[in-house]
Ligand binder design. Structure first.
Ligand SMILES: CC(C)(COP(=O)(O)OP(=O)(O)OC[C@H]1O[C@@H](n2cnc3c(N)ncnc32)[C@H](O)[C@@H]1OP(=O)(O)O)[C@@H](O)C(=O)NCCC(=O)NCCS
Length: 220
């Protein structure tokens, strides 16, 4: 039984699974949180602190997210755990509102994501960051980014900073031994070949079939 599940069984209350320290509460995100998540994450995407996430992408992946909120229910921050597979998960989009920093919400979000990885049976958790010192507190260590091909194929290949990346790759737990993402293995000849050249409009074909009738005679 997972730690959250055992907590739940002990108290028979969902509220007891919430982590409450110093006023902030961390819980699984709901679709209604998507707007707050979208605005906060993208407020820090301009300078590359966080990857830009579209609203649609956040809604689609909202079950990856946890949010931190005050006891009054005010949104304070968020973080996501992306599952590549049993071999690897990634902490993404972890951020706390500027006015809530330094009060423990970021640490609580990260612990909730690590607990979720554990519940999913994933022992290797990675992330890319500019602030490795924060993550050292939670057992992450710096890693060679080439040991994380899944991350590279998911995000780095399409990133404008691919050859000027200022982020540090970090891992908690053993390095993954396998990867599931990579160059497509679909052979080109399996794809449907597009028709080459000009495709005639039906009206052009009709005119070609009766070339002796001038266009003006067809008009009424
Ligand atoms: C990183 C961030 C989420 C931390 O949230 P927070 O709520 O301020 O962090 P906490 O108050 O829970 O701090 C937990 C611990 O980490 C330490 N810490 C916090 N920010 C740190 C930083 N930037 N560098 C080093 N240590 C840091 C705290 O001192 C605290 O240590 P302690 O337990 O020994 O007292 C927050 O600063 C943030 O939103 N930053 C901008 C977004 C960002 O850079 N996200 C990371 C992208 S990978």
């Amino acid at each position: 039984m997972s730690s959250s599940a055992s907590l739940l069984a002990a108290s028979e209350s969902t509220a007891s699974t919430r982590q409450r320290v110093g006023g902030a509460v961390v819980r699984q995100a709901r679709l209604q949180d998507a707007v707050n998540i979208f605005e906060l994450v993208n407020s820090l995407s301009g300078d590359g602190t966080l990857l830009r996430r579209s609203y649609a992408e956040i809604c689609e992946n909202v079950r990856d997210f946890h949010v931190a909120e005050s006891e009054a229910g005010v949104f304070l921050g968020c973080g996501a755990l992306h599952l590549y597979g049993p071999h690897l998960a990634e902490v993404r989009s972890i951020v706390v509102k500027p006015e809530a920093k330094g009060q423990g919400a970021g640490g609580r979000l990260l612990r909730a994501l690590l607990e979720e990885a554990e519940e999913q049976g994933v022992v290797s958790v990675c992330l890319f960051t500019r602030i490795p010192d924060f993550f050292f507190h939670f057992g992450f260590r710096v890693a060679d980014r080439t040991t994380l091909p899944d991350k590279i194929y998911k995000d780095c290949q399409a990133c404008p900073r691919l050859y000027a990346c200022d982020e540090v790759a970090m891992v908690r737990g053993p390095l993954p031994k396998i990867a599931v993402l990579g160059p497509t293995r679909i052979a080109k000849q399996e794809l449907v070949k597009l028709q080459e050249g000009h495709i005639a409009h039906p009206a052009e074909e009709a005119a070609r079939d009766s070339p002796s009738v001038p266009a003006s005679q067809n008009e009424k």
